[in-house]
Design a protein around this ligand. Structure first.
Ligand code: HEC
Ligand code: HEC
Length: 186
């Protein structure tokens, strides 16, 4: 009798722990907009070499913004990269391509990566994050004077100019602060 009771208590304990684990795991709550902020919208950059090489001229975009096919094409055309030469040694190029491809939207579970993926059809290979339907749509109400016409921003590609926690992979609306304009209220 006593043993049964102990087993029952232990069983309930394990069930409670398992439920808590499930409820608070990354897989279930994946949105930075939620008050408990368990997980950013895209996985933050986790490769130091990538952060240095691909963050030298602009924000080091998280791999989870583009599908693998886009990263492959971008990495194969670095000598002609948006009017710049961003060439790397073969070895570094291979390593970074591998990093980007394996962290692309293709297998991503983070919420915003999935939204990018869902917004694209299979035959589209965008070379710009800002040209993916999801990211484009999220900014369609933004007047040009706050972006290209804003000397402190320059272009929509400059994510971290407005998204204060962009480097954390967090793009919640409450974390937007546009230079010379301020917080964004819908
Ligand atoms: C020599 C400078 C330079 C380096 C190094 C560089 N880039 Fe760029 N990149 C640019 C410029 C310039 C643009 C265009 C920015 C704009 O339109 O405002 C750009 C744009 C991009 C965009 C598109 C952004 C958008 O508009 O959505 C991606 C993606 C990108 N770069 C990835 C990379 C990756 C990956 C690497 C590392 C292999 C890299 N870049 C290294 C100069 C560079
Ligand atoms: C000029 C400032 C600015 C720049 C640069 C910018 N954004 Fe934004 N972003 C905004 C504003 C403002 C909104 C909210 C727009 C709205 O609600 O109408 C927004 C919304 C978003 C959202 C949706 C947030 C939500 O409501 O859930 C995402 C995701 C996002 N931006 C990603 C990016 C990425 C990635 C880049 C860079 C490639 C970028 N943004 C560059 C200002 C900017």
């Amino acid at each position: 009798m006593k043993l049964k009771k102990t087993l029952l208590v232990a069983g309930i304990g394990i069930l409670t722990l398992a439920t808590a684990q499930l409820l608070f795991s990354d897989e279930v709550w994946s949105d930075e907009d939620k008050p408990w902020k368990r997980r950013p919208g895209v996985a933050p950059v986790s490769n130091q070499q990538y952060a240095e090489e691909c963050g030298a001229c602009h924000f080091a975009y998280q791999p989870g913004w583009l599908p693998a096919r886009s990263w492959k094409r971008l990495m194969n055309t670095l000598d002609d990269h948006f009017d710049e030469n961003a060439e790397l040694s073969d070895e570094v190029q291979d390593d970074l391509t591998e990093y980007l491809v394996s962290h692309s939207t293709d297998d991503a579970t983070h919420r915003r990566s999935r939204k990018v993926m869902r917004s694209l059809s299979d035959d589209e290979t965008p070379l710009r994050i800002t040209r993916t339907p999801y990211v484009e749509h999220e900014h369609h109400e933004l007047p040009d004077r706050l972006v290209a016409g804003n000397a402190k921003v320059g272009s929509l590609s400059n994510c971290s100019a407005c998204h204060r926690r962009a480097d954390k992979g967090s793009f919640s609306e409450r974390e937007i602060d546009i230079p010379g304009y301020g917080r964004w209220d819908d």
